[in-house]
Design a protein around this ligand. Structure first.
Ligand code: SF4
Length: 240
């Protein structure tokens, strides 16, 4: 019987951005993308990270060696994906990064609330996706392709806001999925729960034949942007 290859130590890495100033507000960061995501958002630009068993990128020990050489040059390491909380090695990886002296950032779509809750104390900042109005189960399912996704996001949002960990809530928006009224319902819902920092990211086309077309200049309406600005302590619009 052939020997089974040992599982690699550490998380399954699908890619790395070695230097960025936009993935953790106010910090120079490296972003480590973990492999695997069960959702299927039409605007996903990381489709190569969706399959958990896809060919992986650098192994964790090689990445650790590289990070050691970045001490003093980078402020933070951000775990992104895919969905990083899918990976059972995430808590240990966050601890190892902190022990090297880096701040720890986390991007999540909130699909695993218990796992998210379990790592919040290890994070210095979390960017959490909210893809649709919190009370709209059908629209969540339409966007993520998965039934029950709204309930997971609601629980994750509650856990994040309860924790007091600095946050940014983010919505990737396309008028074919979220019209202005839906954007406002979404924003009202998260502001009412105590969210203070919110970013609206206009969906970029996924290839010339992607399922969502380009976004016209009238989305969102100026009055919608003004409402969003008034709801949060900080509001960021990312277009393009
Ligand atoms: S949750 Fe994120 S990684 Fe997963 S399919 Fe949606 S956009 Fe892509």
């Amino acid at each position: 019987m052939p020997a089974t290859a040992p599982a690699p130590a550490g998380p399954r890495i699908g890619g790395l951005t070695p230097f960025t100033s936009i993935d953790y507000p106010g910090k120079l960061s490296a972003v480590v993308y973990l492999q695997g995501c069960p959702w299927r958002c039409a605007y996903c630009h990381n489709q190569h990270l969706q399959a958990r068993d896809a060919p992986a990128g650098p192994d964790w020990s090689a990445l650790g060696t590289w990070l050691q050489g970045r001490r003093g040059l980078l402020d933070a390491v951000v775990f992104s994906g895919g969905e990083p909380t899918l990976d059972g090695s995430l808590p240990q990886a966050m601890d190892e990064v902190r022990a090297m002296g880096f701040a720890v950032g986390l991007h999540s779509a909130g699909m695993y609330p218990r796992r998210l809750r379990a790592v919040l104390s290890r994070a210095d900042w979390v960017g959490l996706d909210v893809k649709a109005p919190l009370d709209d189960d059908a629209l969540h399912q339409r966007i993520t392709g998965v039934a029950g996704s709204a309930a997971s996001v609601r629980q994750s949002l509650l856990a994040l806001l309860d924790s007091g960990v600095p946050h940014e809530l983010r919505t990737t928006a396309h008028p074919a999925q979220l019209d202005d009224a839906a954007l406002l319902r979404l924003a009202d819902g998260v502001a009412a729960r105590g969210a203070r920092h919110y970013a609206l990211q206009l969906a970029r086309p996924v290839g010339p034949l992607g399922p969502l077309g380009p976004i016209g200049p009238d989305y969102p309406a100026p009055s919608t942007l003004a409402r969003l600005q008034g709801l949060f302590e900080s509001f960021t619009l990312r277009a393009g």
